[in-house]
Ligand binder design. Structure first.
Ligand code: HSO
Ligand code: ZN
Length: 412
């Protein structure tokens, strides 16, 4: 089914995370119990919901999982890790201290002390998600990175923990894992920030603990929007849409193009390639969530893409670079049909943890600065103190805050 641009515009403009009141309520109960009872509640929920008590998985087992991997997979994991690391090393992390009339003004940049990374269990063991959150945290200089992943933790995830240099790993999942990381329990140390995607319960829990801890963002189902011109290969486009679609029935693959013949060929390719895809059932449902959209021209396609604010924006264009200037809202941009989103998922370099559900309107993909905080520094000269205090006191009195004004009057 090929939509006209006007048929999707209102839907693109309206979208956003939704919150299920039932999930919110269940999660609230779990968070309160873990906060009040610690490990006892954590184990109770873990047994009830995941069939296992929470346990810390010792490093020895990560190393064994790593050594048990076949050599090629081990090499791929190492390459992915090295590329992510090299990418984030490029992100400047220096603060500054600048002299100002006998004093200084500046910014200190400090890594967070302890970060919790949630790695979902679910239908596919996302070992790449571990690398994509842990490696940037490590490059930023985070003191301790603690991973939570639902039991039984997949050996691939353990091996990735070994490669990435995780500090501690707990077999725990769901809202109870988020609670343990946010509040701390007897066994699980409290973290400063929680990052990583998860299911609806994890997302609800993250939202509810925000403020107690920092967050990278709230992830909804994953999505890809491709803008293509007539130069793009229908086979590659269909394959990329299906790679997106196989994630889950709610993930959204979109293709926007002014070229009707291309859309028709992609539609035919989709049916062909669906056959024989192991996750075809899931992919079919996702394809209904997204769609193919005929636009007037590429400008309209880019405007719609900005309105949608996709997690992944793929520009399958003969000459994509000039269009980059038109990109306003996207979690990550993939230039040209060679730079497949699936390469970004695993090995290109930037973290695949990117904003979904339209949150790319206000944030980009996971970056080094998500693991850093900026601390302003004020060290004024005596002269500046005298001069600024008079004006400061004036502003304080305009606010009716006499105590502030007097503190400054004493320095005039
Ligand atoms: N495309 C997913 C990440 C992923 N894909 C992991 C495969 N493994 C969300 O960006
Ligand atoms: Zn993916």
């Amino acid at each position: 089914m090929i939509y006209q641009a006007d048929e999707v515009r209102a839907r693109f403009a309206r979208r956003g995370l939704s919150f299920d009141p039932t999930v919110e309520e269940i999660v609230r109960g779990i968070l309160t119990a873990v906060r009040e009872e610690g490990d006892a509640a954590l184990d109770r929920f873990s047994l009830d919901l995941d069939g296992h008590p929470v346990e810390e998985v010792p490093k020895r087992l990560w190393r064994e999982a790593y050594e048990d991997l076949d050599e090629e997979l081990r090499d791929a994991l190492e390459t992915a890790k090295e590329r992510i690391e090299a990418f984030y090393r490029e992100e400047a992390k220096g603060g500054f201290l600048k002299a100002e009339a006998g004093g200084v003004l500046g910014q200190l940049v400090r890594p967070l002390s302890r970060v919790g990374v949630y790695v979902p269990g679910g239908s596919a063991p996302l070992l790449s998600s571990l690398l994509m959150s842990v490696v940037p945290a490590k490059v930023a200089g985070v003191g301790e990175v603690i991973v939570a992943s639902p039991p039984r933790v997949h050996p691939g995830v353990l091996a990735a923990a070994w490669v990435a240099g995780v500090d501690r790993l707990y077999a725990m999942g769901g809202a109870q894992a988020i609670a343990a990381l946010a509040f701390g329990t007897e066994r699980v140390p409290r973290v400063d920030k929680i990052v990583g995607p998860g299911n609806a319960y994890v997302v609800a829990a993250k939202r509810q603990v925000y403020g107690v801890v920092g967050l990278d963002g709230l992830a909804g189902p994953t999505e890809t929007l491709i803008v293509a011109d007539g130069s793009a290969s229908p086979r590659l486009l269909a394959a990329d849409l299906l790679a997106q679609a196989e994630h889950g029935p709610d993930s959204e693959p979109w293709l926007l193009s002014p070229d009707r013949a291309l859309l028709e060929r992609v539609e035919a390719e989709l049916f062909r390639q669906l056959e024989g895809l192991p996750r075809a059932e899931v992919a079919k449902r996702a394809l209904e969530k997204g769609g193919l959209v005929l636009t007037r021209d590429l400008e309209e396609a880019l405007d719609l893409a900005n309105l949608y604010a996709p997690e992944h924006l793929c520009l399958a264009l003969a000459d994509p670079l000039p269009w980059l200037g038109r990109v306003q809202n996207a979690g990550g941009v993939f230039l040209g049909e060679g730079s497949a989103e699936a390469l970004g998922d695993y090995i290109a370099g930037p973290s695949h943890v990117m904003p979904t559900s339209g949150t790319a309107r206000f944030q980009g993909g996971l970056a080094l600065r998500d693991f850093l905080k900026v601390i302003p520094v004020v060290g004024l000269s005596e002269k500046a103190v005298r001069e600024l205090s008079a004006k400061g006191a004036l502003l304080a009195r305009a606010e009716g805050l006499e105590g502030h004004a007097r503190a400054l009057d004493l320095r005039r």
